[in-house]
Write a protein that binds this ligand. Structure first.
Ligand SMILES: [Cu+2]
Length: 135
């Protein structure tokens, strides 16, 4: 066999071997962005929509402003031992379309989190986030 033929035989063979490698097995769901909209129902009633969500560690919760009424995200109850730090009270969103992304990272433990919009809690603007993965 002429020497120049060898590389052209080896290359397709190695390509085939790579193609046969098994896919890595993972049980963690692919991270996703979960949208929660801050909405004005009326001049005296406001809401998060959806108000109750379940997310997985690694996901991102995107709180999106749909009006110009200032809304924010304040956590009122968290599982024991959780310290959200600066994320306990998020920034006010004041422009339509503005959003606040909250990464469900190491600050969060599995469990139920109750959150509100600070000025509109008594006007219905509250919800729950359940972080999956608990025992
Ligand atoms: Cu609000």
């Amino acid at each position: 066999m002429p020497r120049w033929l060898i590389p052209s035989l080896v290359l397709p063979l190695s390509t085939m071997l790579v193609g046969m490698a098994p896919e890595p097995v993972t049980h963690a769901p692919a991270p996703k962005v979960v949208l929660v909209k801050g909405m004005d129902v009326s001049a005296t009633e406001f809401k998060w929509s959806p108000a109750d969500i379940t997310v997985n560690p690694g996901d991102t919760i995107r709180f999106e402003q749909t009006t110009t009424t200032p809304h924010n995200v304040e956590f009122k109850e968290t599982p024991a031992g959780v310290d959200l730090g600066a994320a306990k009270v998020g920034p006010f969103l004041v422009t339509k379309g503005e959003h606040y992304d909250l990464a469900v990272d190491g600050r969060f433990k599995p469990g139920v989190y109750k959150f509100v919009c600070t000025p509109h809690e008594s006007m219905g603007m509250k919800g729950t986030i359940t972080i999956a993965g608990g025992k």
